[in-house]
Design a protein around this ligand. Structure first.
Ligand SMILES: [Zn+2]
Ligand SMILES: [Zn+2]
Length: 274
């Protein structure tokens, strides 16, 4: 067997605990931003029942949907999931925009070591804080944000080093597919049978709601256009960083860019700042 197929049984109990789900509003949350504050308040602190093709049989649940990867190279499945309330130091985000990155493809193909399935992929997107757990400071419902997979605890030796930003706490936890807070639980379960679903890069943005550690939630200006700024979740900083930090491009450099996706375009644009 390649990697884990399912999460252990004790994880099921962990992720299904907590408050009962909210009342179902199966027509979905209106996409207009004027309606968002109302919908966020309605779901805060509750389990969110995610929308799919099945009839909503859980009382007091609200609506979302997720794209779940079940096996390498098998198309993602849009289906119901339950998104548990954020625990201490965690934030639940209503995702508004998400992008597909080459790294999603890499993990979807099962080229990584762990090959965790089922899993919710996606690591480039933007959304709005819906609720938060204990001890969270500096974030509130309604804040626009970018889920950040390259988070920093700011306490470990790697974070304190000027030579790297590969945090021991968050970057080293990716392979588990579990929350960094306890390394035992997920916040996603299938609505059909309660089976847990792994996280991806600590953020899993291919879901209408996701739960992340507060360190993985970068608050942004609330005037930002989420349809564009979502690219800051991976592609643009990867391209800019490649040119500025890795290749150390300078004013007299001659640069060849191979490929003009988000990263290539970001490289191209970034060198105009010298
Ligand atoms: Zn990426
Ligand atoms: Zn750290």
């Amino acid at each position: 067997m390649e990697g884990h197929e399912v999460i252990r049984e004790e994880h099921v109990k962990e992720v299904t605990r907590g408050d009962p789900p909210l009342e179902c509003i199966c027509q979905g949350i209106p996409p207009l931003e004027s309606h968002i504050a109302m919908s966020l308040a309605a779901t805060a602190g509750k389990v969110i029942k995610c929308k799919g093709q099945t009839k909503c049989d859980t009382p007091r649940a609200c609506v979302a949907e997720a794209a779940v990867a079940y096996k390498p190279k098998v198309p993602l499945v849009l289906e119901d999931i339950l998104v548990a309330p954020p625990q201490a130091n965690e934030v639940r985000i209503k995702m508004m925009n998400a992008c597909v990155c080459q790294s999603d493809l890499y993990f979807w193909k099962g080229k990584d070591t762990e090959k965790l399935f089922p899993r919710i992929l996606g690591h480039e997107g933007a959304g709005i804080v819906e609720s938060f757990g204990a001890n969270v400071i500096g974030l509130k419902p309604g804040d626009k944000c970018i889920p950040a997979w390259q988070a920093e605890c700011q306490k470990c030796s790697m974070c304190k080093s000027s030579r790297t930003n590969i945090c021991e706490v968050f970057m080293f936890n990716w392979g588990s597919g579990l929350m960094a807070s306890d390394k035992k639980t997920t916040r996603f379960t299938r609505a059909l049978d309660g089976k847990p679903i792994y996280h991806f890069f600590g953020i899993s943005v291919f879901s209408q709601y996701t739960v992340v550690d507060e360190a993985c939630c970068a608050k942004i200006n609330n005037r930002a256009d989420l349809t564009k700024i979502c690219l800051l979740g991976c592609g643009i900083p990867t391209g800019v960083g490649s040119a500025w930090k890795i290749a150390k491009v300078h004013k007299s450099s001659t640069v060849a860019v191979f490929g003009l996706g988000t990263i290539g375009l970001a490289v191209h644009d970034s060198i105009n700042y010298f």
